[in-house]
Design a protein around this ligand. Structure first.
Ligand SMILES: NC(=O)c1ccc[n+]([C@@H]2O[C@H](COP(=O)([O-])OP(=O)(O)OC[C@H]3O[C@@H](n4cnc5c(N)ncnc54)[C@H](OP(=O)(O)O)[C@@H]3O)[C@@H](O)[C@H]2O)c1
Length: 243
């Protein structure tokens, strides 16, 4: 079993989560990355090699989350770093949005972070050190038509971040959010060319961000250099929003 600090990264099968998982192995942590399928978990296992492991997790499902501590325990010490990155979109105008579309996004993006973080806190409290990093979104501040569910989940995640930061600060645990702007992943591939062009016009740096730029920010927040930062949301968005 690894004696390195364990970092748990949800949604590490692709996109931003995969980049975060890779970066944290480079930083010397043992990374447990999650995917929603067994095949996805196996692929993470292979990618991370001796520096990490993949497990199956559905953050929207309490039973799946209840298994997680046991699954991690088979492979590594309990995590002192938790990156709540798993997220989905189910876009629709509010007038047309179904209960299912609303609930899936809130259950995954917001309640998922609550479910995963809670059982991981015990180890951090005992160690008197820890890092919780929640991946929000610039639209949590900006709003976005057609994304009432997603925006509510990301704005909620920021409030969760601030409250938890206050609860655990005295134990050396910092809790922050990273709010990506428009980043090249499967999530943004789903946008039409027209939607992408409109978004690009609004970004002062004139380009989409890369997954590595988000991973680098998470890496910094995990490091000792960021020990005096807590309750914050770090905006990484090419100037799209100055918050
Ligand atoms: N891309 C952007 O421009 C952008 C901008 C702002 C914020 N974000 C946020 O950044 C995070 C990652 O986004 P991304 O663009 O990398 O997304 P992505 O490429 O669509 O990947 C989503 C990840 O979340 C996992 N996931 C989905 N539902 C899950 C569930 N119920 N339980 C556990 N894991 C689940 C997926 O696992 P499977 O592979 O197994 O499905 C996958 O690993 C999200 O929170 C997103 O809201 C992204």
């Amino acid at each position: 079993m690894s004696e390195k600090i364990t970092a748990l990264v949800t949604g590490a099968s692709r996109g931003i989560g995969a980049a975060i998982a890779h970066q944290l192995t480079e930083d010397g942590y043992f990374v447990v990355g999650t995917a929603t399928s067994q095949d996805g978990a196996r692929a993470i296992d292979e990618r991370l090699g001796d520096h990490g492991a993949g497990i199956r997790l559905d953050v929207a499902d309490s039973d799946s989350v209840a298994n997680v501590a046991g699954l991690i325990g088979e492979k590594a010490p309990m995590p002192l770093i938790v990156v709540n990155n798993a997220g989905v979109t189910r876009d629709n105008l509010l007038m047309r949005m179904s209960d299912a579309e609303w609930n899936e996004v809130i259950e995954t993006n917001l309640s998922g972070a609550f479910r995963v973080t809670k059982p991981m806190l015990r180890g951090m409290l005992k160690a008197r050190w820890g890092r919780v990093i929640n991946v929000g979104s610039v639209v949590g501040r900006l709003g976005n038509p057609g994304q009432g569910n997603y925006v509510a989940s990301k704005a909620g995640l920021e409030g969760f971040t601030r409250s938890l930061a206050m609860e655990v600060a005295s134990r050396g645990i910092t809790v922050n959010a990273v709010a990506p702007g428009f980043i090249e992943t499967d999530m943004t591939d789903a946008l039409s060319e027209e939607q992408s062009a409109v978004m690009l016009e609004r970004i002062p740096l004139g380009r989409m961000g890369s997954v590595n730029e988000i991973a680098a920010t998470v890496s910094f927040l995990c490091s000792q250099h960021a020990g005096y930062i807590t309750g914050q949301t770090l905006q990484v968005n090419g100037g799209l929003y100055f918050g």
